[in-house]
Design a protein around this ligand. Structure first.
Ligand SMILES: Cc1ncc(COP(=O)(O)O)c(C=O)c1O
Length: 401
């Protein structure tokens, strides 16, 4: 028998982020491109203690409810008040990470000739989830106000079959930027006028460095699906996230969860709930913020010192990334390749384009490495810059070895 050809969605592309993760497994490579927490900040001992108590009862080893543990859903509903949202536990569904939530959200909205608008630059997992759900992805570049242009949204809704906008108002991946309250209000109104559901992806909400972000877009918008995760604040290996939905979507979300995974990981839910009950999440997040803020500042200083070809710009107000401009006519893709040859992994800006937009940036991560190793990585990146910069330019930049 010949192997049947794939039918749609045959054009599924693998994630450039996962490819970089694989490349960074080679011994000696310093990774400065991936959105990973510092493993030293995983609450390992307290999680081990919680695991022991949870495993003493066999309940965690049974299947759980399709949309998650009621007590955890209630905890999340309460926590969402800190994001300005008022949701009932029935509006919360637990997922195996927020990527899973993204996939379920896109699947709920999919239909013939429908499209989802992705703000650009865009986390590649968003276009992957759209492709997987069979939704066409339409790009909406960020305007200088830091949100997609309302006229572009109206055009895509009217002419291109767009029914939803995927957006990251808080601590964006890849730029780290956060929308102001006024910009959120304008964006919410534009989506409401054009009948667009908002998919608000909010994995970095707790990781702010200068001031707490404004209320979530979902606090304003009449039809929003808000996504969250424990990956960035506890540990990504837990694979535990959530979605908050309008009441009218909750039953469909439950059915979608059953179809995609039967029920989210029950053991991880019980474990995290036990950790949340026995520990202080706010104190934990404050410690993450203090560590990451110092590293962000150290990264910017090291870019200035070692990489004159790069402009790190203003400090990221939140998240894990510093969106860094390449000054000379060198593409992010070429620089990322040269960097890997020098033993450092960085993400080229073009990986975050939906529409193949030009690639004059790098996404640099500041969260997961100690400062000495981060500086060593930036020295290598400086050497890669020198490999690529034209000789005259190199002299005018004062060398970059
Ligand atoms: C914007 C965004 N959404 C979703 C995810 C997926 O996170 P999770 O580990 O919760 O699936 C990530 C991970 O980096 C992300 O950056």
């Amino acid at each position: 028998m010949t192997t049947p050809a794939f039918s749609a969605p045959a054009a599924l592309r693998s994630s450039p982020i996962r490819r970089l993760l694989a490349a960074c497994q080679s011994p000696g490579v310093i990774q400065l491109g991936l959105g990973l927490p510092d493993p030293e900040l995983y609450p390992t001992a307290a999680l081990a203690q919680a695991a022991e108590s949870v495993l003493r009862s066999g309940a965690c080893l049974a299947y759980g409810a399709s949309d998650g543990l009621p007590a955890l859903r209630a905890w999340i509903a309460e926590r969402m008040r800190t994001r300005g949202m008022r949701v009932a536990p029935e509006q919360v569904a637990i997922t195996n990470g927020s990527q899973h939530a993204l996939q379920v959200a896109m699947r709920l909205l999919a239909g013939p000739r429908r499209a989802v608008i992705l703000e650009e630059p865009c986390y590649p997992g968003a276009w992957q989830a759209a492709e997987y759900a069979g939704l066409r992805a339409e790009a909406a570049p960020l305007s200088c106000a830091g949100a997609p242009d309302p006229e572009r949204l109206a055009h895509l809704a009217r002419v291109r079959g767009a029914i939803a906008l995927w957006t990251m108002p808080t601590a964006r991946n890849p730029t780290g930027a956060t929308m102001t309250r006024a910009t959120r209000a304008t964006l919410s109104a534009a989506c409401a006028r054009n009948g667009l559901v908002v998919i608000e992806d909010d994995p970095y909400h707790e990781l702010w460095y200068d001031r707490a972000p404004p209320p979530a877009l979902a606090a304003e918008h009449p039809c929003a699906i808000h996504l969250g995760t424990f990956s960035k604040i506890l540990a990504p290996g837990l694979r535990l996230g959530w979605m908050c939905l309008p009441t009218s979507y909750a039953a469909m979300a439950r059915a979608a969860l059953e179809a995609s995974c039967l029920a989210p990981n029950h053991l991880a839910q019980r474990l995290v709930l036990a950790w949340l009950v026995g520990n202080d999440l706010d104190a934990h997040c404050a410690a993450l913020r203090a560590r990451y803020r110092a590293r962000r500042d150290a990264l910017i200083a090291a870019v200035r010192e070692h990489c004159p070809l790069l402009d790190a710009g203003a400090p990221a107000p939140g998240g894990m990334f510093q969106w860094t401009r390449i000054r000379a006519g060198v593409s992010g893709a070429a620089l990322a390749q040269a960097a890997l040859a020098r033993g450092v992994g960085v993400m080229p800006g073009g990986a975050f384009a939906v529409s193949g937009a030009p690639d004059g940036h790098l996404r640099l991560t500041f969260t997961c490495l100690r400062q000495a190793r981060m500086r060593a990585g930036l020295r290598r990146l400086g050497a890669a810059c020198a490999d690529l910069a034209p000789a005259g330019r190199r002299r005018s930049l004062g060398g970059a070895a």
